[in-house]
Ligand binder design. Structure first.
Ligand code: PGA
Length: 253
């Protein structure tokens, strides 16, 4: 059985003080018998601070983005090697806010995925359709194209050391969630796409759901067969709601 993963994407929120308090509150609510794993994804400047507060604590640290390059004259970029050096184990690639607000292509996302793994990080590959694409019946096609590009460039073997996140763009930060049935259907499509290449890897890879997951809808989403955790934005900024989702994962997964 796949171990559930609850990941907190803090986006561009926080301050030294707020981040410090959030981690202290998360630590206080960890369940030593809980099955779910936790991952936090602070903004770059707070990685060191959060990493030091998580020393010896079973909560993983990740970043929200990474450069496709390993080093060089790329002002403002941060390499996967630097993230690993600062204690990160994971990094998001292809979050929809990167794809839409920063014009990241499937090709660039695949390059970032490969760069992350080359430095020993686990990429969390985010995919998802816009509302327009869903309304036009293109959900499967879009998600399969996004996953397919990484499969093509990195190979199925790379997915044994990666995480996927299905995040319908229309559900992110909007208060609208995909219904558990809608989410499960897309998760099953993604798993089948991977299974066509390697059934064992497909059976083991974790596929998180993201998009307005809150304490009151977490349990029914996380209970679905192919949903192995959550990528939580807004609700991860308060320890109370983030840890309520973690407790739901411990109960249902
Ligand atoms: P949300 O964000 O939970 O605020 O919808 C999810 C995400 O963007 O990762």
């Amino acid at each position: 059985m796949r171990t559930p993963l609850i990941a907190g994407n803090w986006k561009m929120y926080g301050s030294r003080e707020r981040v410090g308090q959030l981690i202290a509150d998360i630590r206080a609510q960890l369940d030593p018998n809980g099955r779910a794993e936790l991952l936090v994804l602070p903004p770059f400047p707070y990685l060191g601070l959060v990493g030091s507060q998580l020393d010896g604590v079973p909560v993983d640290l990740g970043a929200q983005d990474v450069s496709a390059y390993s080093e060089g004259a790329y002002t403002g970029e941060v390499s996967a090697g630097m993230l690993a050096d600062c204690g990160c184990s994971h990094v998001l690639v292809g979050h929809s806010e990167r794809r839409t607000l920063h014009g990241e292509s499937d090709e660039l996302v695949a390059a970032k995925f490969i760069a992350a793994q080359a430095a020993g990080l686990k990429p969390v590959l985010c995919v998802g359709e816009t509302l327009e694409e869903r309304d036009q019946g293109q959900t499967e096609e879009v998600v399969q194209r996004q996953v397919g590009r990484v499969l093509q460039e990195a190979g199925i073997g790379a997915f044994s050391d990666a995480v996927l996140a299905y995040e319908p763009v229309w559900a992110i930060g909007t208060g609208r969630t995909a219904s558990p049935v809608q989410a499960q259907a897309v998760h099953a499509v993604i798993r089948a796409q991977l299974a066509a290449e390697d059934a064992t890897i497909a059976g083991q890879v974790r596929i998180l759901y993201g998009g307005s997951v809150k304490p009151d809808n977490a349990a029914e989403i996380l209970a679905r067969e192919d949903i192995d955790g959550g990528l939580i934005g807004g609700a991860s900024l308060q320890a109370e709601s983030f840890m309520a989702i973690y407790r739901a994962a411990n109960q249902v997964c």
